[in-house]
Design a binder for this molecule. Structure first.
Ligand SMILES: Cc1ncc(COP(=O)(O)O)c(C=O)c1O
Length: 371
């Protein structure tokens, strides 16, 4: 049996296959003309309107659907933004020290230098961000943007409180820096209050906001979006060369979600919360001073820090032999530094697999002790 906790997939158990098939049967005959044309740079208007509604419902901010562009997952939005803003000499981004590997790898492959800011239990340490920006300023280096996952940070699961968000915005303004907010997990929310998105706290026209349907619906539909003010949007759209996003996926997704977006999200989150709870309970049951772990109130991951006497290299070998999959800390570090961390994803496997697999992982960790 392979236990796979490596990837931030969603929950196949409550995927609405029949309803989606009915939505497809209903909508496809209505969009024959659209399907026979290239979509254009912005993509399906109906889904853009629905995403504007989603943002309004969550943030209370009115977005113009004409300032939203649909993308092939939010990852395409991230690469387009980096491509648009990181031309020329010495491209540099400031971001959380531990971050989503997809973004790190994309930035690295584009030759972008990444300055990592350490995190604590409230997300990016904004005091250290201030020091880093001052340092770079003294060196005459200007970051092209600050990239932040302020809500349900991947991999740490932290949520940046409102005060800290305001401090980040003030620093960005002081150093004349664009903020790129990646809110991929913003609606994968289990309990408690959630601070507003950065863009809802600030109307700086250079702010860029990226979101996705991967984590609240399904990553296989490859639908994400970004919004920015017109001048910024034009600069980003100049880097779009794919003839536009997938009309079929957007139209079917909109037809299904249109009248039940929040019901769908609520049902998905209830099931995910059970999986999170199962993982937390199993981790607690087997921890025995081997590791400590995060208690995220949203997102799809739990972040573990190993005790000092765990040999990480040995753990990776043992876990591979016993077929327990996860991502080790080095994948998330902007400098590729290994560190005593690992990330577990709980969205996809059933509860019984989570319980059995995490118990097996704990045994692997125990057997990787130096003492
Ligand atoms: C923080 C973050 N941003 C972006 C993505 C990309 O997601 P997608 O391209 O499926 O929208 C992910 C996927 O795991 C992520 O964790």
């Amino acid at each position: 049996m392979i236990y796979d906790f490596a990837t931030g997939n969603t929950n196949p158990e409550n995927f609405p296959a029949d309803e989606l098939a009915a939505a497809a049967a209903d909508v496809i005959p209505k969009i024959v003309v659209e399907l026979n044309r290239y979509p254009g740079k912005f993509g399906h208007l109906g889904l853009r309107k629905l995403m504007a509604q989603r943002e309004f419902d969550r943030e209370g901010v009115t977005l113009d659907p004409d300032q939203i562009i649909l993308t092939h997952g939010s990852m395409q939005a991230i690469t387009m933004v980096a491509d648009a803003l990181c031309q020329g000499d010495d491209p540099l981004i400031v971001m959380e020290e531990h971050c989503y590997p997809g973004s790190i790898n994309a930035f690295r492959s584009m030759g972008i230098d990444m300055v990592g800011i350490p995190l604590d239990d409230k997300g990016m340490r904004v005091d250290l961000l201030g020091e880093a920006l001052a340092d770079l300023d003294r060196q005459g280096r200007k970051p092209r943007f600050i990239y932040t996952l302020a809500t349900y940070q991947n991999p740490t699961g932290t949520v940046m409180p409102r005060e800290r968000r305001l401090e980040l915005i003030a620093l960005a303004r002081k150093y004349d820096c664009i903020v790129v907010e990646d809110n991929c997990y913003g609606d994968v929310h289990f309990e408690g209050e959630k601070p507003p998105a950065l863009y809802a706290l600030d109307d700086d026209p250079r702010h860029i906001y990226i979101c996705s349907l991967s984590k609240v619906f399904a990553p296989g539909v490859r639908l994400g979006y970004l919004t920015a003010a017109p001048a910024m949007l034009e600069q980003i759209l100049a880097k779009r060369h794919d003839a536009g996003p997938n009309t079929m996926a957007a139209a079917i997704t909109e037809a299904y979600l249109k009248d039940r977006l929040w019901d769908h999200i609520e049902t998905a989150n209830e099931a995910l919360k059970k999986k999170r709870d199962a993982m937390l309970a199993t981790l607690a049951e087997h921890s025995g001073n081997l590791y400590s772990f995060s208690h995220p109130v949203g997102g799809l991951f739990i972040w573990l820090e190993m005790a000092d006497d765990i040999d990480m290299d040995r753990l990776l070998v043992i876990a591979e032999e016993r077929q327990v999959k996860f991502l080790a800390g080095g994948s998330f570090n902007v400098r590729g530094e290994k560190g005593p961390y690992l990330r577990l994803a709980f969205g996809f496997p059933p509860v019984e697999e989570i319980e059995a697999g995490v118990a097996k992982l704990a045994a692997c960790i125990r057997d990787a002790r130096r003492s």
